[in-house]
Design a protein around this ligand. Structure first.
Ligand SMILES: [Zn+2]
Length: 123
């Protein structure tokens, strides 16, 4: 990763909120997204909420955008994630794009292909 990308990631890590504060995500009908598990893009270690920081914003009713970083202390690298998730009837759908213009500098295809492991439950 270029130094500039690392610097940006470190700055973002300092300003984003811990995902443990942002989760679970609750959707209108009570569907919950408990946590996201993100594979480290470098060493494939599973990174849970305590290793993630990010921002959650509502895009439309029942659809949230989650953007953030997962930090791996095993290999000292960041994995960037950004996705939309929507929840209804106990099912959470996670969507992401490759080559999102706003993220082009730091996003790599491998990061996007590894992130979508998630669990949910219905209250
Ligand atoms: Zn790692």
């Amino acid at each position: 990763m270029p130094d500039e990308a690392v610097n940006k990631a470190v700055l973002q890590w300092r300003t984003d909120k811990p995902m443990t504060m942002l989760m679970p995500l609750r959707f209108a009908d009570g569907t919950l997204l408990d946590q996201l598990e993100i594979d480290c893009a470098n060493c494939a270690r599973v990174l849970r909420s305590q290793h993630q920081r990010g921002i959650v914003s509502m895009v439309m009713a029942d659809t949230y955008r989650i953007k953030g970083l997962a930090a791996c202390d095993q290999c000292s690298s960041f994995t960037r994630f950004s996705f939309l998730c929507s929840g209804v009837d106990g099912v959470v759908t996670v969507e992401w794009k490759k080559g999102d213009r706003a993220e082009r500098i730091q996003v790599r295809a491998t990061w996007w292909s590894r992130l979508a492991v998630w669990v949910f439950k219905r209250t």
